[in-house]
Each structure stands twice: as structure tokens, then as C-alpha cells.
Write a protein that binds this ligand. Structure first.
Ligand SMILES: NC(=O)c1ccc[n+]([C@@H]2O[C@H](COP(=O)([O-])OP(=O)(O)OC[C@H]3O[C@@H](n4cnc5c(N)ncnc54)[C@H](O)[C@@H]3O)[C@@H](O)[C@H]2O)c1
Length: 344
């Protein structure tokens, strides 16, 4: 993987009033740290459905003024979106219901309904408040299910998402969010940047059995191997393109600098890893002797997908920088610290 050839920060972020919705979640907490380092004046809105208040702390100290810069509200409600965006120049809209395969397929209606309302209300409130720039994130789960049924399919290009036929209501809801942003952009209502992310992992992730995604779930099982069996859902042959959260934050900053009003840009690596590879890497990183069991009775989702990230490279100067093993080691270290604290 290549390294960055140029710095991402050519825009003056200093003092900029920025709202991160979902800012207590995995991507949002990492973005918060980056934007604060760039000198921005950041507000976070999150109802803590999956995010954590602790993610807004560094060594026990709040990163932002939690009384005035943290809006703990449900963004499904339009009035809450209105109060969160008031006075903001830029919104990173990251809040949505996102979870592991079990939750996604077990809650299709409520997930779709929640995300549709939240995305629509937040965009409308941002336009009404005169927010200048709006960044939205879609998902690789929006690609048609049929195109993800074979191993090693050609890497997806952005336009391969249509004709639309995602497998889950999550994929549909996120695609509708992209579509609505496209309409607002076409009518010059607001400047919009849209990234479509592949499978994101890294520190500040959710680890609970109910709502975690595959990497943190397997890391939890490895750390708790004395109490929990190391069971992998499905055959382990299903493959995903994993992208480390720091690389996603690079892309979020870059889209504001170079990618507004340019349509969707896909963020993910050009090669996938099997879940079996991921499980073995996690066991290796744990340094423990753990038996890996595959439960083929459990759903495993799409077979394979990878990203053609040519647009990300040419438009944003973005490339995936973090190798899977390195990213897993960093995530493992963070999860280990969190779980050790909880058991104290
Ligand atoms: N994690 C991935 O693999 C991935 C891949 C593609 C796209 N995305 C998108 O990136 C964004 C961030 O994902 P993440 O991985 O950080 O997940 P996350 O769950 O850690 O972050 C989402 C945040 O939204 C908050 N939220 C949910 N419902 C809310 C509501 N009604 N009101 C206010 N806040 C609410 C949650 O509490 C959470 O903190 C999401 O829009 C997701 O769809 C994630």
C-alpha cells in the first residue's frame, strides 16, 4: 500500500464551527480528535445508541466542553436536528443505526425507518440553517446483492451501485441518503461531499455481542477466550475489503478540501480478506492458543466485494495506508485496554 504523497490539510480548519453527528461513535470519535488537532471548534450530536460518552474523553478529561458542545439527542426528531446544526458551518453527518449482521437482518424495518428519517431530517435542517458544507457517508452494503455473490468479483466502481438492489434495508437506507444528498446538490441547496465506505474498523469500536461488527466481535472473543468460544459466523470464506478508521478520517478531511459537489467517492482497498484470514490474524495478534470454530448455521452475508478506488486517488489524493495486520494490532490493543478497565 502506498503512503500519502501530499498533506491533506490545505484548508484552514482553525476555529471552524463543525458538527459531527454520530461523533461519539467509532468513526466520529476518531474524526473528532483529528479536527480538534486541526484547531476546529467541534460540536458532537449523538444519542449514544452505539456511541459512548467515554469516547469524548482523553485520559479521563473531556475533549470538548460536554455541556455546550455535546448534544445528546435523538436525531430522528427534526427539532433536535435543528438545534444541533444552529450556527454550524460544516456538518459531518455520520449518525445512523449501524451494527453487525445479526442486528441488521433482525431489525430491518426499524433500522430502515430510523436511518431514513434521521438522514432526511438532518439534511433538511442543515439546508434550512444555511450550513455551507455537508458530508455524508454511504456504505458498500448498498451495492447490489447479485454482484456480491461470487468470489473475487471485479472491483466495484461508484456507478456499479445502480440499478439498485442491496441485500439489506441498511444498504437501502444508506443509498437513499446518498440519493437525497445528490438531489440537494443538484439544486444548489448546499455543498455536499459523499463518501461510500467499505468495512471500517479501528479503535472506539463497539464490542458488545448484540451490536458489534466482525473485527471487534472476534477481538472480544479472543480477549475473553477463557469465557467465550471463538466462533466465527459462517464458513469464513466470505470476504470483505477492510479499511482502517485513520484512513477513513483522511478521506473525510480530504473530501472537504477537494471533493465537494463531485458526486460519490468510494473509500476502501482494492483487495479483500476472507473472514478466516481475519480470525487467524486476530488469534495471532492475541498471542494465545485459540481454537477457531466456524458456525455455518449463522448468516455470513455477501460473498465478496472490493473497491476500485481510482476516483479517491485522482480526486482526493487518497490511498489506503494501513495494512490489515497493523490495523488489527492497533484495534486489539485498544479493545484490550477497554475490556481490562471494565473488568477492574
Ligand atoms: N462501520 C462501518 O463498517 C461502516 C461502513 C460504511 C459506512 N459506515 C457509516 O459510517 C457512519 C459511522 O459509522 P460508525 O462505524 O462510526 O458506527 P457507530 O455506530 O460507531 O457510529 C454511529 C453513531 O450514530 C449514533 N446514532 C445512532 N442512532 C442515532 C440517533 N437516532 N440519534 C443520534 N445519534 C444516533 C450512534 O450512537 C453512534 O455513535 C454511519 O453512517 C455508517 O452507516 C460505517
Amino acid at each position: 500500500m502506498s503512503t500519502l504523497s501530499e498533506p491533506y490539510s490545505s484548508v484552514n480548519w482553525n476555529g471552524r464551527k463543525i458538527l459531527i453527528t454520530g461523533g461519539a461513535g467509532q468513526i466520529g470519535s476518531n474524526l473528532l480528535r483529528r479536527l480538534l488537532a486541526l484547531g476546529a471548534d467541534v460540536t458532537v450530536a449523538d444519542n449514544l445508541w452505539r456511541g459512548k460518552r467515554d469516547h469524548l474523553l482523553e485520559q479521563g478529561r473531556p475533549l470538548i466542553d460536554l455541556q455546550h458542545r455535546f448534544v445528546e439527542k435523538d436525531l430522528v426528531v427534526y427539532e433536535n436536528c435543528e438545534s444541533a446544526v444552529a450556527g454550524q458551518e460544516l456538518v459531518f453527518h455520520l449518525a445512523d443505526v449501524v451494527a453487525g449482521i445479526n442486528y441488521v437482518f433482525g431489525n430491518q424495518f426499524s433500522l430502515f425507518n430510523t436511518n431514513m428519517l434521521m438522514n432526511s431530517h438532518m439534511l433538511r435542517a442543515a439546508i434550512a440553517a444555511g450550513v455551507k458544507q455537508y458530508v455524508y457517508v454511504g456504505t458498500a452494503c448498498s451495492y447490489p446483492a447479485e454482484k456480491q455473490k461470487q468470489l473475487h468479483p471485479p472491483p466495484f466502481k461508484e456507478e456499479d451501485v445502480y440499478p439498485a438492489a442491496p441485500e439489506s434495508s441498511y444498504g437501502w437506507s444508506k443509498l437513499m441518503g446518498e440519493y437525497e444528498c445528490g438531489l440537494a446538490m443538484a439544486e444548489n441547496l448546499i455543498d455536499v461531499g459523499v463518501l461510500r465506505l467499505h468495512n471500517v474498523y479501528g479503535p472506539f469500536c463497539e464490542m458488545s455481542p448484540e451490536r458489534s461488527q466482525v473485527i471487534p466481535a472476534l477481538i472480544r472473543k479472543a480477549i475473553r477466550a477463557d469465557h467465550e468460544e471463538f466462533i466465527v459466523w459462517g464458513s469464513g470464506n466470505q470476504r470483505r475489503s477492510f479499511v482502517f478508521v485513520d484512513d477513513v478520517v483522511d478521506a473525510l478531511v480530504a473530501v472537504v478540501e477537494k471533493g465537494m459537489n463531485q458526486g460519490v467517492v468510494q473509500i476502501g482497498p482494492g483487495q479483500s480478506h476472507s473472514i478466516r484470514d481475519v480470525a487467524e490474524t486476530i488469534v495471532r495478534v492475541s498471542g494465545r492458543d485459540i481454537d477457531i470454530c466456524f458456525d455455518t448455521g449463522k448468516p455470513e452475508g455477501d460473498t465478496d466485494r472490493t473497491a476500485d478506488w481510482t476516483r479517491a486517488k485522482t480526486l482526493l489524493g487518497w490511498s489506503p495506508r494501513t495494512e490489515l495486520q497493523e490495523g488489527i494490532a492497533k484495534t486489539f490493543a485498544w479493545c484490550h485496554q477497554q475490556l481490562s478497565r471494565q473488568s477492574c
